[in-house]
Design a protein around this ligand. Sequence first.
Ligand code: SAM
Length: 326
Amino acid sequence: MIPLADRYGRRFPYLRLSITPACNFRCTYCLPHGYHAEPGKAGPLSLDEIARLLRGFAELGMQKLRITGGEPSVRRDLTDVLRTAAAAPGVTRLAMTTNGTLLSRRLGDWMDAGLNAINVSVDSLDRATFARVTGHDRLDDILHGVDMALAAGLPTKLNAVLLRGVNDRELPRWLDYLREHAVGLRFIELMQTGDNAAFFRDHHVRAGLLETGLQEAGWQPLPRAADAGPAREYRHPDYAGRIGIIAPYSKDFCAGCNRLRVTATGDLRLCLFGEFGIPLRSWLQRDDQLDELVRAIGGQIGRKEQGHFLHEGRTGITPHLASTGG
Ligand code: SAM
């Protein structure tokens, strides 16, 4: 095993794999008009292709894998995908990001298949606001699924994208929730993508602004684990839950980058906002292509840039996060 490292000394034990670009929600900042398949576009990777891809990344030191989309649960064979992913050599952490629409019904199957952590997107605890942001009045059932996940002992995080004038005044409500719920709440700063420039202008708010208030209220910063995601984490002795801040526009955000992405059709993305994808699918067709696959990935890592160019409004080839895997 030769762990991947780039020319800035960063290692990449963490892979985020999208298994479908399709989504059943219409989040205002991502797919406001819903998902529409592009005619003629290749379909998502098959189970065999996924298994080969993960064998390749395992050779390069992958330990943590996140299944994402689009919405992973719109794929009918999701449980098989999870089982395949859990069987990949070296994977000690198998997580998934989901909107939670099937969580209460499928949790047991997903855990039996090997899922050992989950992120559920909950942009608001207010039912009407949640429905307005996502296009679906499903908050109660999703929160029920979250309760089930917690009761089952599954490490659970909630993702909330901060939107100015929409959900940026909900901290007191979240704090009430966190008193009893042992979730890791992530406040994610809205990112500009190719399709959402006007929305971004109207609703972007710095996530870092929350941090001063949290520290004044006694929330203490936690040290960052080596395979951790991008959040700066806080805890408070009076609360069961934790709070993480994901602030992609903050200084040095990319210095801690430890992850790579592969799209649903098998393109390696060195950065969520990069200018190019590296097609890997042709090396996923036979088991005897493993060495070529490993060389193909290893040979490209030197092209990873030191940072993204979001500050300059350069969003790369990502029209919306569903297309790449958020
Ligand atoms: N469908 C799943 C879900 O809802 O979590 C997984 C895919 S979704 C693209 C992954 C995460 O990206 C979600 O938490 C979503 O809110 C977040 N996201 C999508 N577009 C974003 C943007 N422009 N800025 C910040 N976060 C975004």
